[in-house]
Design a protein around this ligand. Sequence first.
Ligand SMILES: *[C@@H]1O[C@H](CO)[C@@H](O)[C@H](O)[C@H]1NC(C)=O
Ligand SMILES: *[C@@H]1O[C@H](CO)[C@@H](O)[C@H](O)[C@H]1NC(C)=O
Ligand SMILES: *[C@@H]1O[C@H](CO)[C@@H](O)[C@H](O)[C@H]1NC(C)=O
Ligand SMILES: *[C@@H]1O[C@H](CO)[C@@H](O)[C@H](O)[C@H]1NC(C)=O
Ligand SMILES: *[C@@H]1O[C@H](CO)[C@@H](O)[C@H](O)[C@H]1NC(C)=O
Ligand SMILES: *[C@@H]1O[C@H](CO)[C@@H](O)[C@H](O)[C@H]1NC(C)=O
Ligand SMILES: *[C@@H]1O[C@H](CO)[C@@H](O)[C@H](O)[C@H]1NC(C)=O
Ligand SMILES: *[C@@H]1O[C@H](CO)[C@@H](O)[C@H](O)[C@H]1NC(C)=O
Ligand SMILES: *[C@@H]1O[C@H](CO)[C@@H](O)[C@H](O)[C@H]1NC(C)=O
Length: 870
Amino acid sequence: MKFLGALVPLALAAKVSAGVAGPTTVPGQFIVEVDTSSHIPGKRSTDAPHAHVLRHLTERGVRFNVGHEYNAPGLFVGASVTLQNASDAQALKDAPGIVAIRPVMLVNAPDPVELHVISGPGDANLPNDTQSTHILTGVDKLHAEGRFGAGIKIGIIDTGVDYTHPSLGGGFGPGFKVASGYDFVGDQYTAGETPVPDADPLDQCNGHGTHVAGIIGADPGNIYNISGVAYKSTLAAYRVFGCSGQVGDDVLVAALLRGVADEQDILTLSIGSASGWTTSTTSVVASRIADSGIIVTVAAGNSGVDGGWWTSSPGNGIDVISVASTDNTYLVLQTASVQGVQSDPIPYYSFWSLGIPGEFPIYATSTNTSVVDDACAELPDSTPDLSNYVTIVRAGSCSFYWKASQLASKGANLILFYDDGVNGFSKIDIGSYNASIIRAADGEWLVSQFAANANITLSFPDAPTSVAYPAGGLVSYYSNYGPTYDMYLKPAVAAPGGYIVSTYPVPMGTWAVLSGTSMATPFIAGSAALLLEAKGRNAGLSRSARDIFQTTAQLVPLDHSKGSILETAAHQGAGLVNVYKAIHSETTVSPGELLLNDTANYKGIQSFTVKNTGKFVKAYTLSHVPAGTALTIANTYKPAAGPVPLSSAQATVRLSTTGFLLLPGQSRQVTAFITPPANVDSTTFPVFSGYINVRSQTEDTHVTYMGLAAALKDAPIFDVSEGTFPRIYELDGTRNYTFNSFDYPILQYRLTSGTPLLRVDLVDPNIKITTTLSQRSAADPGPVFSFPHGKPNTFAQVSIIGALSEADDTTRSAGLDNTNIVQGCYFANHTKWPDYGYYRFLLRGLKITGDLTQEADYESWLSPIVGYFP
Ligand SMILES: *[C@@H]1O[C@H](CO)[C@@H](O)[C@H](O)[C@H]1NC(C)=O
Ligand SMILES: *[C@@H]1O[C@H](CO)[C@@H](O)[C@H](O)[C@H]1NC(C)=O
Ligand SMILES: *[C@@H]1O[C@H](CO)[C@@H](O)[C@H](O)[C@H]1NC(C)=O
Ligand SMILES: *[C@@H]1O[C@H](CO)[C@@H](O)[C@H](O)[C@H]1NC(C)=O
Ligand SMILES: *[C@@H]1O[C@H](CO)[C@@H](O)[C@H](O)[C@H]1NC(C)=O
Ligand SMILES: *[C@@H]1O[C@H](CO)[C@@H](O)[C@H](O)[C@H]1NC(C)=O
Ligand SMILES: *[C@@H]1O[C@H](CO)[C@@H](O)[C@H](O)[C@H]1NC(C)=O
Ligand SMILES: *[C@@H]1O[C@H](CO)[C@@H](O)[C@H](O)[C@H]1NC(C)=O
Ligand SMILES: *[C@@H]1O[C@H](CO)[C@@H](O)[C@H](O)[C@H]1NC(C)=O
């Protein structure tokens, strides 16, 4: 039996930046998976499969409450339990017939990256070409063929759906668009709370699931002239979030299995928490469901800024389709009106109007638009009271915030920065100041008007416009980067997720523009419905849906410059979906991805099969198209922040054939010999990837490959850069603790990489151990550390006083400056440490792909002595 997960909440992020959180657990709550096959003593034939396990626990005096019971043989059998006494975790672990125990994890609804509720039918925020995402992906052509997903059932696991929305059918139950569903939680729920389920999945307080539902199913003929990708499909709404907050993955497992029981063809989840591993309960269950022949689409996550190896669960499920987001080609921005001088309105970078009534004359802090440090210094005494002006300032040199504070000291409360060509015309963070950014040319023009003493004023009505978005069509900056630590390709494929107009709960505005991988995911679910409708539902087709979408996708460049390298597959997957091609392609290529693994486990010889499913003979030519190599670790210990830097270093690909003819129905196997790029620094953990194009006269398909030009076993686990961590956080400079009430030490560390096994123990202060990481001021530790027999968890043969925490498949530290902590004065079994003792912390992390029985495969660190110094 493998014991998965922490006994106590382990990775408490001391500082969590906005929208970024590693997974956390719910204390005392576990998901138990039981063995349904083997003979287990005490098992009765009439028992529910998990009953004997629970009975065994009861007989041993363990008191617990059962939350969800799972009985889907072949997929998942077990239960979620809450221990009444957390110190009984060991008894749970020792119960016979248990395959796995995993702590209940918290999962987020990905926050939309942008949100704008459309004000009404005349709202000019609505992109004029509302079908642009359909045109980009060929959905419009499938609609023209009369394919709308009729007869396909899609289960949406989300915040519920406002089915009263006129474009979502206006009702609930058989015969309606939203034909079924369930509310697993109730309005007040957040993870850890007791769910209050009922049969009605109505969402009129969150909105996320309603927006998702519209991307799949919004009926056309609405005032905004939009439609869902598969608007004749039949929806089920499984509500797993309350009005706000997180969900425990015990609830997600229940919802996933309910979707299976209700015979959904497709399950879609715009849900996830960063993990990096394929092993969480929801990932495992979702993958098994996908393997059983139900298409499962899951958001890749919106934490692309956190860099590589930051894949999200349940999107990590090996056989699910993890979905990346690409940006729309248009942005909706506000405009300022110009009075006194003939001029077009001036766009400024904001969804919402600055909303300040009145017409304001302009004041420029410099009439020289080349001055780089405009308004960085205190403004001269000659500056007028700026409170009645719009102040025009060049961006650059010092921060926007700093400039705004200089200006505010002269009374300014309305500021337009103009792009200096360095920051770019993009969103700026300026706190509570009434400020925004305009384009360089508009700023220079305004300054020239000011210099010429023109009678010019600006006003700020609610006047949105759409402007071409320079990054349109590229992978969204917020879309998560893979791969997983076990070298699976996540995300699999991309879909439009930026600036999407869709339905919103009626009481919350009825329509909204949202951005995120949450929006891209239902796009693939809807696309999958069109695929099943076109080709006929069957489990084999569902299992190959990912291959089909991947091999027919459109490759996305890193940027729009001429000759740009391709974006890494670790960010775009196999490319932007082309649904029309996926359905009409007369060539199948499988598998869709070649996983080469790291250099220590390298599988450089790969094969794939090309089949001509058309009616005519086809001549194929094969070629290699490399993508940029992602340098995922910067400065040895820091994950490179997104956008992850790409090198043009490329793998060498030799093919067993570069061209052949196939008769209708014929297929051919091709072998690829792929060598990692040589000219890269392995300490940057370069993820290389690319595509093997398979072209016929009329078609263009590809296979995606991905590998690591380094051995993951060499990846640093603990961040020891700057000599700061790991450490005992010493508030007052002493390590004097009584271990009474709140007088305890805090162990603080950063994880550069996730680790398969992370363990913290309390040890005798005189222990003799050789640790791999130097302990500042540690005195001569002798060599006694050993891992004698190599059964799981027996590596702790070092004489310890007690385990503080242990976790499998730990996520690396979130963000770029967050640390993890272990604090308190309780052992993992919730027994308190003896008061007034002397101890050290022993911190150990198993290297990725390391052998948990081998001492040499761990990084370890021993803390200075902590204890009571009278
Ligand atoms: C929890 O279990 C431990 C060990 O069996 C016991 O010492 C302790 O009293 C129990 N606590 C409660 C609240 O029952
Ligand atoms: C509305 O959508 C249809 C296709 O669904 C398109 O032909 C038409 O031009 C659109 N109208 C507007 C005003 O965008
Ligand atoms: C300046 O413009 C305002 C508004 O357009 C106008 O009312 C005013 O008469 C103008 N003043 C001069 C001196 O042109
Ligand atoms: C404008 O500022 C730039 C940069 O400080 C300087 O080089 C240039 O001489 C200035 N021009 C005038 C006309 O003052
Ligand atoms: C923003 O503008 C409003 C309305 O004029 C004003 O009340 C507020 O103080 C301004 N805020 C700042 C930070 O200047
Ligand atoms: C849509 O088109 C109309 C007419 O051309 C235009 O007035 C409006 O500004 C456009 N809206 C957007 C968001 O571009
Ligand atoms: C890569 O190799 C490791 C170590 O053998 C293995 O655990 C992992 O599953 C492999 N990944 C893939 C995608 O095959
Ligand atoms: C809890 O763990 C500590 C340290 O290993 C041990 O001394 C203590 O006996 C354990 N308590 C229980 C109730 O198992
Ligand atoms: C350690 O803390 C205890 C209790 O706060 C105090 O009495 C004692 O003097 C401290 N010892 C040192 C060396 O600071």
